[in-house]
Design a protein around this ligand. Structure first.
Ligand SMILES: Cc1cc2nc3c(=O)[nH]c(=O)nc-3n(C[C@H](O)[C@H](O)[C@H](O)COP(=O)(O)OP(=O)(O)OC[C@H]3O[C@@H](n4cnc5c(N)ncnc54)[C@H](O)[C@@H]3O)c2cc1C
Length: 390
């Protein structure tokens, strides 16, 4: 089998791989970008409901989860949201801020993929899709990749095959297998930005499927103030998805159902409207208010309750504790927490410290962003760092 030579082979034509290949190609490197899917950037295409939340203008390193919270700093500083926005603007892609610094295309995520492919073309990147990566070998300082029935060789290999979230879309744990093969450690991968499931005593809340409300959700030290949504399996919505990235099996999740209410509001409500019931006093969707009131077991009018009981009820509404029995798993997880250990990589270049020429970028690495464009920003930034170093 003849072998074709490149300076770098990038495995995975997702967000990070496309960026890395384009940057290295435009620096004059001969780059081959390989993907087993039929088309590149499939997760970009479905992201943000088809409009791609491509960055977050509030990107800072503490919005990323990693065993080493300092690792992402260097790459994020060298390729900022403003750099990606400049690129998007250069292509005339209209965009808007939806909420909390999240930037979306006005049109379609297809524009982002087309832009990245055009950037690759400008760098002369050879993009090939739709074949399995059959083998990756390393000998005499060179990497040999068998892709379908073709063999390629390069002095540099970039692992950019992402994490195992949403296997239906072709996501795999290939990056971890490859990393382990080269002696790199993998921090236990867990589904993140994923709905939580309820069982036991909490199962009653599943009847509220479809009800959403603004809450503050907490798991351990992490707290997010956004909407929560009850589902037929448990809890979802942005506040819960955010919390899920920090949640561990066995941990409780605490919800403040009335984060805007002033302390003592329920006793105040009794003074102002003694004939009201607890359910009618709760500024929440009706079905949720009724379920919570039933659980608090304070029947009748507020005027008939002692201040003490109302203060206790208020405290429970501020710290309502759920005991999720799991998550909806990788099938429904937007991202993966964990991945290739940052301890094995240079934070400047993303190169493996023990294997010269081997790089890992994007979601494959143990760096996971919050919901809201942070994950793509990491993909662009880590891809750029490696693309500059190749
Ligand atoms: C439904 C959904 C919506 C999302 N929305 C957003 C959003 O709006 N904003 C945001 O910031 N993040 C979002 N994300 C997260 C974001 O998509 C990922 O963090 C990002 O795509 C990671 O980029 P990556 O290049 O590392 O991996 P990917 O983009 O996953 O790319 C990996 C590539 O590797 C290929 N591959 C995998 N295994 C192999 C193999 N064995 N051989 C060859 N190729 C392989 C895949 O086909 C894929 O093309 C969303 C994720 C999902 C699932």
């Amino acid at each position: 089998m003849p072998t074709t030579d490149y300076d770098a082979i990038v495995l995975g034509a997702g967000a990070a791989g496309l960026m890395c290949a384009a940057v290295a190609g435009q620096r004059g490197k001969r780059v081959l970008l390989l993907d087993h899917a039929e088309e590149v950037g499939k997760k970009i295409l479905i992201s943000g409901g088809g409009r791609c939340n491509f960055t977050n203008i509030h990107t800072v390193p503490d919005r990323y989860i990693s065993a080493n919270p300092h690792f992402a700093k260097s790459a994020l500083a060298r390729y900022a949201p403003a750099d990606f926005i400049t690129l998007v603007d250069r292509y005339g892609i209209a965009h808007h801020e939806k909420t909390l610094g999240q930037l979306f295309c006005d049109g379609s995520a297809k524009q982002i993929v087309a832009m990245l492919l055009e950037e690759c073309a400008k760098g002369g990147v050879d993009v090939r899709c739709g074949q399995p990566v059959r083998d990756v070998a390393h000998a005499d300082g060179a990497f040999r990749v068998t892709f379908g029935d073709q063999r390629f060789m390069a002095l540099n290999l970039v692992i950019a095959t992402g994490g195992p979230s949403i296997p239906k879309m072709g996501a795999t744990g290939f990056a971890y297998d490859l990393a382990r093969h080269f002696g790199l450690k993998v921090v236990e991968p867990r589904p993140a930005l994923v709905p939580l499931t309820l069982g036991g005593d909490d199962v009653l809340f599943r009847d509220l499927s479809g009800v959403a409300t603004a809450v503050q959700a907490r798991a351990g030290k992490a707290a997010f103030r956004e909407a929560a949504l009850f589902t037929h399996r448990g809890l979802s919505g942005p506040a819960i998805l955010q919390i899920s990235s920090y949640w561990r099996h066995g941990d409780p999740v605490t919800i403040d159902f009335l984060p805007d209410a002033a302390p003592g509001w329920l006793v105040e409500a009794k003074r102002a409207r003694p004939r009201a019931t607890l359910a009618s006093a709760l500024a929440l969707p009706d079905r949720l208010a009724q379920t919570l009131a039933d659980r608090l077991a304070l029947p009748g009018e507020l005027g008939a309750q002692t201040d003490r009981k109302l203060a206790d009820a208020e405290a429970r509404l501020r710290h309502w504790t759920f005991h999720p029995n799991g998550t909806e798993g990788f099938a429904k997880a937007e991202v993966t927490v964990g991945g290739i250990s940052t301890a094995n990589l240079s934070s400047q270049t993303m190169m493996a410290k023990s294997v010269p020429g081997l790089y890992a970028i994007g979601e494959a690495v143990d760096v996971t962003g919050w919901l809201g464009g942070y994950n793509f920003q990491w993909a662009w930034a880590s891809g750029y760092a490696a693309g500059q170093a190749l």
